[in-house]
Design a protein around this ligand. Structure first.
Ligand code: KG4
Ligand code: ZN
Length: 343
């Protein structure tokens, strides 16, 4: 028997991207993202401005997602939305919108944990399917998160380690800011590092026990290093930009790989799935390819548009929850902090 297609509208508004997607079961029909440019001048996300921009973007973005998918709102089976974690004011916009639309259409509402969504983005059906088999290790690396998770099943996940302070994307962005690069600086560090020597400078790696991370000490040591060098030579950063970027990138990626290697050996798992915006980093990707050869890992990275914050990943979780008839109520509230296995 052929099961009927379910169309899901998904909404993501946890940080500074307003996104809407339409899925037909586990296949993405559209995935529209409005990235907020307003934060560029501030060198980081300003929560109040993010919330206001979501309010401006949400209707056109949802409209565009439905139009691109060629789906009428009356065909929708459910609406999935990001409940948390994230910025309270940002989450409220997507959540309120999803609630009213579901109420108006009289269809189920599905709440989604953003961190589960990053991990389950690996299960979005593509032409060339390469989905990690259970159990696998997932590392989510972005501007807001740094986490290593053991994934036993779709909704059976255990956090093995996470950052105690800054997220890895923040480490890239804050280092870039110290170098005078614009926001977000991660991709710019990657770009300049291509022409640099990673051994030209050495920055200390944090000593954090187990599988947790810490990046704030690295930022401070880069700051002191640059302060001293620019006192001796005001043009230091400019003349050594490529080497500085290469050394910083090398240090950060080394920290990630060290922890991942420890997790893989402790858990005896060689299936490794990476997600989040920092998964775009070219050195991280290179090192993961090397790990396949040297350590027998199989690595998985979703398409880039499913790595950065997007509604398609909210939609795939929505689909799995729809199969379980796991629906949210109209009185559901947002959760700025939302643990991975929390209901
Ligand atoms: O997932 P994402 O788009 O948004 C968050 O949830 O934060 O991740 C954005 C982060 C930023 O910190 C950005 O600098 C970083 O991902 N990023 C990179 C690269 N591309 C994006 N970091 C290093 N190398 C890159 N190529
Ligand atoms: Zn995210």
């Amino acid at each position: 028997m052929k099961t009927q297609k379910k169309y899901i509208l998904a909404i993501e508004s946890s940080c500074d991207d307003t996104s809407a997607a339409v899925l037909s079961n586990d296949t993405v029909l559209s995935n529209v993202v409005a990235t907020q440019e307003v934060h560029k001048d501030y060198g980081g996300v300003v929560p109040e401005l993010a919330s206001r921009a979501h309010q401006q973007n949400i209707i056109p973005v949802v409209h565009q997602a439905l139009a691109k998918a060629n789906i009428d709102k009356k065909q929708l089976s459910a609406i999935a939305f990001t409940q948390g974690p994230g910025l309270m004011g940002s989450l409220l916009v997507g959540t309120s919108f999803a609630k009213s639309m579901a109420l108006g259409l009289d269809i189920p509402l599905i709440s989604v944990n953003h961190m589960q969504a990053h991990i389950l983005s690996h299960f979005i059906r593509e032409d060339n399917p390469s989905m990690p088999p259970f159990p696998f290790l997932a590392m989510t690396v972005s501007g807001g998160h740094t986490q290593i998770v053991r994934v036993n099943d779709y909704f059976d996940m255990k956090v093995l380690g996470e950052t105690l302070d800054d997220a890895v994307g923040e480490a890239f962005d804050k280092s870039a800011k110290l170098l005078g690069l614009s926001y977000p600086g991660g991709p710019l560090i990657d770009q300049h590092a291509q022409k640099g020597n990673p051994q030209a400078f050495t920055f200390p790696k944090p000593k954090v026990a187990g599988l947790d991370f810490s990046f704030s000490g690295l930022k401070t040591s880069i700051l002191y290093f640059l302060q001293q060098k620019t006192k001796e030579d005001p043009g230091f950063i400019e003349t050594h930009l490529a080497d500085l970027c290469a050394a910083i990138q090398h240090t950060i990626v080394d920290i990630l790989l060290d922890k991942l290697k420890l997790a893989a050996s402790q858990q005896k798992i060689t299936q490794i799935a990476i997600g989040g915006g920092v998964a775009a980093n070219s050195l991280l990707r290179k090192r993961l390819k090397e790990a396949e050869k040297n350590w027998g890992w199989t690595t998985y990275i979703p398409k880039f548009e499913y790595c950065t914050d997007n509604a398609a990943m909210i939609g795939i979780v929505g689909y799995f929850k729809l199969l379980k008839q796991d629906f949210a109520q109209q009185n559901t509230t947002v959760k700025a902090r939302f643990l991975l296995n929390e209901e």
